[in-house]
Design a protein around this ligand. Structure first.
Ligand SMILES: [Zn+2]
Length: 62
């Protein structure tokens, strides 16, 4: 899967878990690993200020 590095300007992202299709809103500039609320699949990892998002981004909420 293609990984997207989100710019620090992006605030909230609506993402869909690739594993269980659960949709949730995550912080685009996370400092901790973000997991799916439903299946605990890792959705985003912090990479020095930016989040490396491993889920499909549906929408960017400014
Ligand atoms: Zn999931």
């Amino acid at each position: 899967m293609k990984e997207i590095v989100v710019s620090p300007k992006s605030k909230f992202l609506k993402v869909r878990c690739p594993k269980c299709k659960h949709e949730q809103v995550i912080f685009g500039n996370c400092s901790t690993v973000v997991r799916c609320q439903k299946c605990s699949n890792v959705i985003a990892e912090p990479t020095g200020g930016k989040a490396k998002v491993k889920a499909r981004i549906l929408e960017i909420l400014e």
